[in-house]
Design a protein around this ligand. Structure first.
Ligand SMILES: NC(=O)c1ccc[n+]([C@@H]2O[C@H](COP(=O)([O-])OP(=O)(O)OC[C@H]3O[C@@H](n4cnc5c(N)ncnc54)[C@H](O)[C@@H]3O)[C@@H](O)[C@H]2O)c1
Length: 330
């Protein structure tokens, strides 16, 4: 049954949202809004678009619209999310859903009040076959006791910061802008929240850029079971855009770097056995979470990225940013 009308805001990665919604038999119509009129024309030519709005608030206040799908710049997400929830829309929002703790609390409180609304975010790496296998392995204790993990968000596209909208955002956070994906993977795999955070940052790669951005952030996180994770948001690296992961367990090691994707273990003679990871990486489309989001609205299906997980990972990103500030400063 086609019964949901969607409004998509922002037509960069938002185009992928449109593709995802068009694949569903439950979507009756898709309408759009983008500040860039050329972008609107381009998208209108490619897809069956019902309506073009001139302002986000016109779309969000329209009683015909059931879902708002947000893919605007990071600094607009909070306002658009709040307006959408207040107007009883379900929300699919790009990461990060907001930029500070006050905003996060406001979203969290609204979601508590609006229990009938579904909201999720696009930390889509969870759909990667390679990472799904890792999740299974964590659940089946394949690694034995895991004592150390490394998650590096290697951005490898510094020009997108210095030449694009990201570099214009005041206090742009590489943790919220990129590290969020790795932190989501970490919390999902560990199924717990770290008790201690220590972080460092620098701006060696963008020094002299008119908008001071700390382009490298690294944190050490310790969990209740004693295990430690190192998570970095490395925007200035000379490296392909890549999600570098190391898992060290007592029984097995997993290494995913640009040139190696291996599981390592010892044989009975204590020689290293190497087994290549076969599952695809990344092996995802940016719209992979949308079908699940629609099912959560229509049939109460469990969200892949639950609201609690979405809020927890945001809290951790903001906790890392807080840990970077000199003591006594909020
Ligand atoms: N989940 C992912 O893997 C993933 C990947 C890329 C980008 N993103 C996120 O998606 C968002 C958009 O990034 P992008 O790469 O598509 O950028 P982009 O520059 O390619 O496209 C953004 C589009 O949104 C429009 N826009 C921006 N603010 C707007 C507003 N307030 N109202 C209406 N239109 C607006 C711009 O005109 C532009 O056409 C960001 O929040 C980014 O973090 C997520």
């Amino acid at each position: 049954m086609k019964n949901l009308n969607v409004g998509v805001i922002g037509l960069g990665v938002g185009e992928q949202h449109i593709i995802g919604f068009l694949k569903s038999k439950h979507i009756r119509s898709i309408s759009i809004f983008d500040n860039n009129k050329n972008k609107v024309k381009e998208i209108q030519k490619k897809y069956p678009i019902k309506k073009i709005y001139l302002r986000d608030s016109d779309m969000i206040h329209d009683n015909e619209i059931d879902i708002i799908s947000i893919a605007s710049y990071d600094n607009f997400h909070f306002e658009q999310v709040v307006m959408s929830l207040e107007n009883n829309k379900h929300v699919f929002c790009e990461k990060p859903i907001c930029q500070n703790l006050k905003e996060l609390n406001k979203i969290s409180n609204l979601l508590k009040k609006k229990k009938n609304l579904v909201m999720t975010t696009n930390t889509v790496l969870r759909c990667s076959p390679r990472f799904k296998k890792l999740k299974n392995e964590f659940e089946n204790n394949t690694f034995g006791k895991v004592f150390f993990m490394e998650f590096d968000y290697n951005y490898g596209r510094l020009n997108k910061i210095t030449n694009g909208w990201r570099g214009k955002i005041k206090n742009y956070s590489v943790v919220l802008g990129g590290g969020v994906h790795m932190l989501d993977l970490l919390l999902w795999l560990k199924n717990s929240y770290p008790k201690k955070i220590k972080s460092f940052q620098n701006n060696i790669c963008t020094k002299g850029f008119y908008n001071p951005i700390q382009d490298f952030v690294v944190s050490l996180l310790q969990f209740d079971d004693g295990s430690v994770a190192k998570v970095s948001s490395n925007f200035g690296c000379i490296y392909p855009h890549f999600h570098r992961v190391m898992i060290y367990g007592k029984k097995k090691t997993f290494e995913q770097s640009f040139q190696t994707n291996n599981y390592l273990s010892f044989n009975s003679d204590n020689n290293i056995l190497k087994e290549t990871a076969k599952e695809k990486y990344p092996g995802i489309y940016k719209y992979d979470l949308i079908d699940n989001f629609i099912s959560a609205i229509l049939t109460n299906k469990k969200l892949i990225i639950s609201q609690k997980q979405m809020l927890n990972v945001m809290q951790l990103c903001l906790g890392i940013n807080k840990s970077l500030k000199p003591k006594n400063k909020k």
